[in-house]
Design a binder for this molecule. Structure first.
Ligand code: FAD
Length: 446
């Protein structure tokens, strides 16, 4: 077990590792390090307890990843912090298996992760990190209350930042609401005209919820930039992309090739789950044809970009432009829900160190194969980024598929030894790999 020193001691003796943010990604690292004797680690989160996107935790939502790709199993199947260990301890194993579920509910997976979080002494809740600065050969982190902690390695796991379109910014909280707060903020929708902007899984789940609510809106318009409401690409060959072997090949590609890969795989990660698509379709069919004319009006509006929301005497008007022909349309709305996605970002507490990092053209730190940032600070300090590597590590980075493998990669790098065996026997698919400088000659002559 990780030894926890009182905070005063950590202000003088640097910890080996501090993780900031305890979402699934840093929770996975904390779970893997729980049994480590050589790495003294501590993790902080500003929330008071573990909660996985609580504003979107619908009772019927299904995990898009296998439960075997939990916090630990892919790299440490004997860990006491696995999903199977959770089922066994909850005396639910046989009921779960007999259910033959297509997937685990997100509610249950959240409960599993909260169960792991409650078992880890290295986690500190209700403590945000406000600033990071150099203190000699260590890094000093200032917590929200003013306490400080020293460390040699920092792992940023603060998640993505929701995208607020420019046209919505001035009306946030009045007409426009962020999808991520849908269940916690509970905007009043009863009897109103609601526009959902965003054709991804979040927009789909909110549209379905609005349709099914007994206190639901009078009408729903679901607008998507994408040309159609497309389901997730699934299957064995698609899943081969969510493997360490793929990531290793991806890292050898030139930048243009990497961008092409990520763009072509969009539906493997951002498509709609077939269950949600089927449920929306059935509900629309029911409302339109089987409710004796009393069903809700649901408009499906793909291929349109919203460019403004204007206040009118009664409610607002959402203006869109069609991608294929530029036609402008107006849709009446009392409430606009923004399911407009999130993007990776460096947290504000890194502002003092930002100028010392080697950033890419999107302003994100460049990451090496161990998720370590390139910077000009003392080499004794390691800065690692989770959920910052869509560009550098490919499509699996914002996802849970490889979270245990990534945590183990970081743990090995911080420990300077092979705590976890991450060697591979090669994947089933031979992805294009760019020859590295030293290999070029033999690859050509082979
Ligand atoms: C609704 C939803 C469903 C998803 N479902 C799936 C799925 O089924 N399968 C899949 O593979 N992926 C899924 N994802 C994608 C991804 O797995 C999740 O977004 C995941 O939560 C990312 O984990 P994270 O640890 O990077 O960030 P987060 O879960 O966002 O956690 C970040 C944490 O950092 C804390 N924090 C932020 N700033 C500070 C600070 N300064 N100091 C201290 N703490 C701070 C926050 O309080 C938060 O707890 C889903 C995403 C969403 C939004």
């Amino acid at each position: 077990m990780t030894t926890i020193l009182p905070m005063r001691a950590e202000a003088q003796h640097p910890l080996d590792l501090v993780g900031v943010g305890i979402g699934p990604f840093n929770l996975s690292l904390a779970a893997l390090l729980d049994a480590a004797r050589t790495v003294r680690a501590r993790f902080f989160d500003k929330k008071s307890a573990f909660a996985w996107h609580p504003g979107l935790l619908f009772p019927d939502s299904i995990l898009q990843t296998s439960f075997l790709k939990d916090l630990v199993t892919p790299v440490q199947p004997t860990s006491p912090h696995s999903f199977l260990a959770y089922l066994v301890e909850k005396k639910r194993f046989y009921d779960f298996m007999a259910g033959r579920f297509d997937g685990v509910s997100r509610v249950e997976f959240n409960d599993y992760m909260a169960w792991v979080a409650a078992r880890l002494p290295s986690l500190t809740w209700g403590q945000g990190v406000a600033a990071a600065r150099l203190r000699g050969t260590a890094l000093e982190l200032e917590l929200d209350g003013g306490d400080t902690v020293l460390c040699r390695n920092l792992v940023i796991g603060t998640g993505m930042r929701p995208v607020v379109p420019d046209w919505a910014a001035a009306q946030l909280g009045s007409v426009c609401f962020m999808a991520g707060n849908y269940l916690t903020e509970k905007p009043s929708v009863a009897g109103k005209r609601v526009v959902v902007v965003g054709g991804g899984q979040t927009g789909a789940e909110i549209t379905l919820d609005l349709m099914k609510r007994s206190d639901g809106p009078a009408g729903i318009s679901w607008i998507s930039l994408l040309p159609r409401f497309s389901p997730l690409e699934e299957g064995g060959f698609v899943d081969q992309v969510f493997t360490p072997d793929y990531v290793q090949g991806y890292r050898t590609l030139p930048q243009a090739g990497q961008s092409q890969e990520v763009a072509s795989q969009k539906l493997a990660s951002d498509g709609l789950t077939p269950q949600t698509v089927d449920a929306i379709y059935s509900e629309i069919y029911r409302q339109r044809h089987l409710c004796g004319g009393a069903g809700k009006t649901v408009r499906l509006l793909p291929g349109r970009e919203v460019f403004d929301v204007r206040q009118q005497n009664e409610g607002s008007t959402v203006l869109t432009r069609a991608k294929v022909n530029g036609v402008v349309e107006a849709f009446s709305a009392d409430v606009v829900i923004l399911a407009t996605g999130s993007k990776p970002c460096l947290p504000d507490f890194m502002s003092e160190l930002r100028g010392r990092l080697d950033l890419d053209d999107t302003g994100l730190p460049k990451l090496d194969e161990n998720y370590k940032m390139a910077w000009d600070g003392p080499p004794s300090i390691g800065l690692y980024g989770m959920n910052l590597g869509l560009k550098s590590h490919g499509i699996a980075d914002p996802q849970m598929s490889l979270m245990a493998w990534r945590s183990a990669t970081i743990a090995n790098a911080v420990a300077g030894e092979e705590m976890f065996d991450l060697s591979s026997s090669g994947g089933l698919v031979e992805w294009p790999v760019s020859p590295q400088p030293a290999e070029t000659k033999s690859a050509v002559s082979a």
